[in-house]
Design a protein around this ligand. Sequence first.
Ligand SMILES: [Zn+2]
Ligand SMILES: [Zn+2]
Length: 231
Amino acid sequence: MRVCLLCEQEFTPAVQFARLFSFKSVRKSKICLQCLKQFEKLTSNRCSACDKELDQGFICNDCKKWQKIYGENLLHNHALYRYNSAFHDLMVAYKRRGDYVLREVLQELCYGYLQKTEYDLYIPVPTSPEHQDRRQFDTISAIYADIVPLTQLLIKESGSHAQGEKNKEERLKTPQSFLIDKNIKIKGNIVSGKVLILDDIYTTGRTLYHARDCLQQGFPGMQIESFSICH
Ligand SMILES: [Zn+2]
Ligand SMILES: [Zn+2]
């Protein structure tokens, strides 16, 4: 028996969950089945670029806007869950209140998927220095560092505000605030040239496109995709 990180009820870790993973990497579930069920997986009909759920068609309206800027060079994002109220509550507790232990819930939701991926580099979207100071941890790296090897190739300029505090229009107008950390050496790690940028939530795509643009400029040969736990 263990205590669920979300509802604090005792539960027996589900066998089903363990089966998702290879034998080497069985992780015991940190949340009960009832809580796990509140996070809804994205259904099969999705935008071919950003993974947003669609009623019809192949590409969502946001990506159509990106097409006007980027043409065929759309960012391919992989997402797993719907941004519903359970997710919203989880992210508020994790990011705004800085409840560090909740990274384990987020890890539980994406661990099985990420373990099966093969990229040369996994690059987390960085938190601004001000936010990191306030929370005492980097919210994105804290989720992914236990799952895949991270390369902190991107840094965020200080003075840039978090996306969560803006409305949709303001987010889309946010200027580029990422830089490449020139102290990071990546040469020996490049095999296929495929890299994955890691974020938590895909909202407008603005943050991830900025991260992608920055990397593409510094490393023109990279094949860059992105991952967000929810959309
Ligand atoms: Zn629970
Ligand atoms: Zn899309």
